[in-house]
Design a protein around this ligand. Structure first.
Ligand code: F0G
Length: 456
């Protein structure tokens, strides 16, 4: 087989600014060792997130010019609604400014009388919005999903037995929602199988519980089903996607991922009564129901992006480019989550820096080393993001200490990725030098965004 090439040509480019290690050490100190607080001009390869960082296509940029900015009833809304209905299959489509806007609205309503949410793994903003609404989230990820270095095809699956037990223990009448995050971002961008989606749906129906997909990376998930799940080899990605959504009562979507948009999101659902409540809240917080916090041009870009993401040549290249980096690192003994996920490479910081205990934040340490060595910006998905304190203010660590290198869509080429591999391997070879970190200052929710840290 020949090299799988980028299925696009480059028409417009952005410069990368190069910095020296000395300059980066200063910038990091100024940012108090939190890479969220760096100026992005000081970053060479920015793998902080794949969210809102995609390169839009020429068709999307053309759509931006065609966006209609009418306050109510814009044709751009109707185009967007038609595409979402066609792909996701739900009769109600409610635009929001981004994914968390949809979360805030849905959870504010559902948490009024039910206080428990169950998921494979809730993403950070999703969990925070649930907690902010006065409810709580319980993750029931399959056992193989908790072992970063043991390969399995669908490590994002929910543990079906644990789901049933949790429903029984909490009482079905107290469960606001069951959520499957596809792909499972906080658990390594790992996919969920169609069989698992179907099984979760069956249990929810039996117990009369609502079931939604957190669908930011739905197309990447569908590609894994096509290539890994028996019976789907010859089914088109679009058909797979439609089947995935058909088992749920609705979805929460951040269009900043698998819609190639720089901003946007939506809620789509079956239940008209719930939709009316959502729209009432939307008007107060996001905007009129035909724009929901977005410009007409954003709705155009999302509609076009949602169709582009279903291109199977693109998805083959996308998933291959992630596994390419994973394999390069694995070959050099770097502890990396396997198999590769859909949108990012995840380093196992616990195994990478075994001399740094969880309460000294090995993920943060690894991130600082990657930035200092090569100007690469990654994100910690470990005890800084998900750690909690017990009553004695001792850290209850996160299950895994991961460092995520998220690959923006259609932005970096193979040589950028080769450079990233070289830097990681160099940091790995000098890993004993890395030190732990302590927190100087932190916010009560989503502390990783603003925490100020210090090396020990
Ligand atoms: N759900 C998942 C699974 C996500 O990954 C994100 C965002 C959201 C919901 C919220 O969407 O950002 O549009 O409000 N994830 C980004 C990331 C921020 O870096 O993974 P949003």
């Amino acid at each position: 087989m020949k090299t799988i090439i980028e299925p696009f040509r480059i028409k417009s480019v952005e410069p990368i600014y190069f910095t020296t290690q000395e300059e980066r050490e200063k910038a990091l100190e100024k940012a108090q060792y939190n890479v969220f607080l760096l100026h992005s001009d000081d970053v060479i390869i920015d793998l902080l997130t794949d969210s809102g960082t995609s390169a839009m296509s020429s068709a999307q940029w053309a759509g931006i010019m065609q966006g209609d900015e009418s306050y109510a009833g814009s044709p751009s809304f109707y185009r967007f609604e038609k595409v979402v209905k066609d792909i996701m299959g739900y009769p109600v489509v409610i635009p929001t400014h981004q994914g968390r806007g949809a979360e805030k609205i849905l959870f504010s309503i559902l948490s009024k009388d039910k206080k428990v949410y169950i998921a494979n793994t809730l993403f950070d903003t999703t969990r925070a919005n649930i907690e902010f609404s006065g409810a709580r989230g319980i993750d029931v990820l399959c056992p193989e999903g908790k072992l970063p270095q043991i390969p399995a095809p669908f490590k994002g699956n929910m543990d079906i037995k644990a789901l049933e037990e949790t429903i029984l223990f909490q009482g079905p009448e107290n469960i606001a929602l069951v959520i499957l995050t596809i792909t499972n971002n906080s658990g390594g961008g790992q996919p969920v199988s169609m069989e698992n989606i179907k099984a979760v749906s069956g249990i929810c129906k039996k117990n009369n519980i609502r079931f939604f997909l957190d669908a930011c990376r739905f197309a990447e998930n569908a590609w894994f089903i096509k290539t890994r799940e028996k019976g789907y080899e010859n089914t088109s990605v679009k058909k797979i996607v439609q089947e995935m959504f058909s088992y749920a009562d609705g979805c929460l979507m951040s269009a900043k991922k698998d819609a190639f948009a720089n901003i946007g999101g939506f809620l789509a659902l079956n239940d008209e009564k719930l939709a009316t409540q959502c729209r009432n809240l939307l008007v107060i917080t996001e905007g009129f129901p035909t724009y929901g916090g977005l410009a007409g041009r954003d709705l155009e870009a999302i509609a076009i992006g949602l169709e582009e993401i279903l291109d199977e040549n693109y998805l083959m290249y996308r998933i291959r480019s992630i596994s390419y980096l994973t394999e390069k690192l694995y070959a050099k003994g770097v502890p990396v989550m396997r198999p590769a996920g859909g949108h990012a490479v995840y380093l196992d910081a616990k195994a990478f820096l075994p001399h740094i205990p969880p309460d000294k934040y090995p993920g943060v340490s690894l991130i600082c080393e990657l930035y200092k060595k090569g100007g690469i910006r990654a994100v910690e998905i470990g005890s800084l993001m998900f750690g909690k304190y017990d009553e004695n203010h001792q850290l209850i660590p996160s299950q895994m200490e991961l460092v995520r290198l998220a690959i923006p869509r259609r932005v970096y080429t193979q040589s950028h990725i080769d450079y990233v591999a070289e830097v990681i391997i160099e940091v790995f070879e000098e890993r004993e030098k890395a030190r732990g970190y302590t927190i100087l200052e932190e916010a009560p929710l989503l502390r990783h965004f603003t925490a100020r840290m210090q090396p020990i």
